[in-house]
Design a protein around this ligand. Structure first.
Ligand SMILES: NC(=O)c1ccc[n+]([C@@H]2O[C@H](COP(=O)([O-])OP(=O)(O)OC[C@H]3O[C@@H](n4cnc5c(N)ncnc54)[C@H](OP(=O)(O)O)[C@@H]3O)[C@@H](O)[C@H]2O)c1
Length: 344
């Protein structure tokens, strides 16, 4: 490892807030010297970054569950990295960590920021580094707590999940099967639908790009829908609402079909189905469950080990590809959890 003061940190900063889909013009590529950590701080070298649909929301100047990224700031991103220098007894050079690293090669986390940053040491024996950004990481925790805490599945329930071949969706459908439910996915294209059924063991998957979701739900949910895990919003949410059962649970996890809209967000038209069916629709923000991640990680790692849980990650390479790689989430080009490899 060369001396820290000889290193350069390549970074991606938000240059301007996008209207609609982000373009290269929304990003600045900058460099700066890599600082030494001061007392209590940690310096991390980025290996993998998590590319998430939520990044689009963080680019907007709008009130949300977290402050927007400021224009000129390094783009926010979670990731996996290696500690290169530490002035904190809890971390040593060579430790592999999960942290809020930002889209940059090196991240200095001062002592006062450690808690807010959420940095923690990972155990590479429980899963690969990319699995730590997928089923063992933030999307896996979202699927786990969204389904188990908010959805409260019972054996025999029919669980429908959109974005089924994505990071959160793959976890939700597999957990539903583990808990004795019927799992029906909704995804774009035959390759994703086949993988979800043949590899992950879902009972069925509806290709929303080539057929009618309404007809698909009718065919594959003959007893109605008890739980809908919504990752996409829009028309698909309305189609599922039309088929829910009494006391159904709708988990509002995300609405990716709406994130790049220049028109106002499309809300559900069929919401009176909640009234008729005495059903519940509830949002989830994964960070609310941070205290319980270790328990869920242990459970998911056990499923990975015994083969009941599979995972798929889609790896893009190089920080200079970040603007185009991010767009894969919005045009459905990612197949599995999208990560960006920044270094070996
Ligand atoms: N609430 C929370 O705490 C939390 C945490 C993590 C993620 N989320 C949300 O969970 C959802 C899934 O996130 P993820 O990380 O797992 O992403 P992902 O599913 O791995 O990737 C996004 C997928 O969304 C689908 N998609 C894109 N545009 C669409 C559209 N117009 N209609 C229908 N599907 C569309 C695409 O799949 P197809 O090819 O199948 O179209 C794409 O591959 C997002 O809404 C995200 O914001 C929420």
């Amino acid at each position: 490892m060369p001396a820290i003061d000889s290193l350069t940190n390549h970074q991606v900063r938000l240059a301007a807030r996008p209207v609609g889909l982000p373009t290269r013009a929304n990003w600045d590529f900058t460099t700066e010297a890599v600082p030494e950590p001061t007392s209590g701080g940690v310096l991390v070298r980025t290996l993998f970054l998590s590319l998430d649909p939520a990044m689009r929301g963080w680019m907007n100047d709008a009130k949300s569950y977290i402050a927007p990224v400021g224009v000129g700031e390094v783009m926010r991103a979670g990731g996996i990295g290696v500690v290169v220098a530490s002035k904190n007894p809890a971390f040593a050079a060579g430790d592999t960590v999960s942290a809020g690293l930002g889209v940059q090669e090196y991240c200095l986390i001062p002592e006062a920021e450690l808690k807010r940053n959420g940095i923690f040491k990972i155990d590479p024996r429980l899963g690969s580094l990319t699995q730590w950004l997928n089923v063992l990481g933030m999307p896996g925790m979202t699927g786990y707590f969204g389904l188990m805490d908010v959805g409260q599945p019972k054996a025999g329930d029919t669980v429908v999940v959109s974005g089924a071949a994505g990071a959160v969706g793959q976890t939700v459908g597999q957990l539903a099967k583990i808990h004795g439910c019927r799992a029906v996915g909704i995804a774009g294209g035959p390759a994703k639908c086949e993988w979800v059924v043949n590899e992950l063991g879902f009972d069925a998957c509806i290709d929303y790009k080539s057929g009618s979701v309404r007809d698909g739900l009718k065919a594959h949910c003959p007893n109605g829908v008890d739980i809908y895990f919504d990752n996409v919003g829009g028309d698909i949410l309305d189609h599922v609402l039309a088929r829910i059962n009494r006391k159904a649970r709708i988990i509002i996890c995300g609405a990716i079909s709406q994130y790049n809209n220049t028109a106002p967000v499309q809300g559900p038209k069929n919401y009176l189905s909640l009234l008729v069916n005495r059903a519940r629709m509830e949002g989830i923000v994964v960070f609310d469950y941070a205290d319980r991640y270790p328990v869920a990680v242990a459970e998911m790692a056990a499923y990975l080990k015994d083969g009941r849980m599979k995972s798929k990650e889609d790896v893009a390479y190089g920080m200079d590809t970040f603007p185009e790689a991010l767009l894969k989430l919005f045009n459905g080009e990612n197949f599995g959890k999208l990560v960006l490899q920044v270094a070996d």
